[in-house]
Design a protein around this ligand. Structure first.
Ligand SMILES: [Mg+2]
Length: 262
């Protein structure tokens, strides 16, 4: 019997990427058919990533190549949530970005002023970080400038081994300046929910957030009154779930289990 009965009653399905849709460059078995099945039913499908080092087009190419054609509007990044936050809450403020050239270009394209003696230290996932950038940012933080980060993830999974992510650099600045960000924009925080609300007109209770990480994906769903679905296809094990206070609405082995046999 084919699995064609959808278990989760929602209109918008927000999917994390790494550990949920793919592991590195390999799609998790069955996920492409599941995405196609949801789309064929008229469900809205969107991919939500905290990674602020890459451009949306890279994700479009990657998922489309795996067999699910993606449109630009279906990818939402923590960079978009950050830009939306800066435009709406900090209009006219300048930033000193710690980010990749791709991130800096997105900030420039959004007409946010970049300068050395900026109002805000803006920390993104900077895989091109240098000692000089860390030092300059530390001087600004010590002089009392505002501190905003794109997302809180401690590490980014990689085939060669975990990469230190924004959360680890936040810990560095906490040590060197005693400062922590006043706002973090990506999952599980509210600016990411605000960008979703501005893009999709779907009630929170009709949204399902699906991901493999408890402290970002699942907490995002819980914090924002969405349904939350943990998949065990990525970093979280059954033991980690049992030991955690964060409890998702559903737990599946992978997104394939969104459907069951009728
Ligand atoms: Mg993930």
């Amino acid at each position: 019997m084919p699995k064609n009965k959808l278990i989760v009653d929602a209109d918008l399905f927000l999917f994390d990427l790494d550990g949920t849709i793919y592991l590195g460059d390999k799609p998790i078995p069955g996920v492409i058919d599941t995405l196609k099945q949801l789309t064929a039913m008229g469900k809205k499908v969107c991919f939500l990533t905290n990674n602020s080092s890459k451009d949306k087009t890279e994700y479009i190419k990657k998922i489309t190549k795996m067999g699910y054609p993606v449109d630009l509007f279906q990818i939402v990044t923590s960079t978009m949530a950050t830009i939306h936050y800066l435009h709406t809450r900090k209009p006219g403020k300048s930033v000193y970005p710690l980010g990749t050239p791709t991130f800096v270009k997105e900030i420039e394209n959004a007409h946010i002023k970049i300068e050395e003696d900026a109002d805000i230290v803006l920390l993104a996932f900077d895989t091109t970080i240098t000692y000089d950038k860390l030092w300059k940012a530390n001087i600004l933080l010590n002089s009392g400038k505002e501190f905003i980060a794109t997302h809180p993830d401690l590490v980014c999974p990689h085939e060669l081994g975990d990469m230190p992510d924004v959360g680890s650099i936040i810990a560095l600045f906490e040590t060197s300046s005693g400062r922590t960000p006043s706002v973090i924009c990506g999952k599980p925080h509210s600016p990411m929910a605000e960008i979703i609300s501005s893009l999709f007109y779907v009630e929170k209770s009709r949204i399902a957030m699906i991901g493999d990480r408890l402290y970002t994906d699942i907490l995002f769903g819980i914090n924002n009154n969405m349904q939350s679905i943990l998949v065990l296809s990525g970093e979280t094990t059954k033991e980690m779930l049992d030991a955690s206070g964060i409890k998702p609405t559903y737990v599946f082995d992978s997104i394939v289990d969104l459907f069951e046999e009728e």
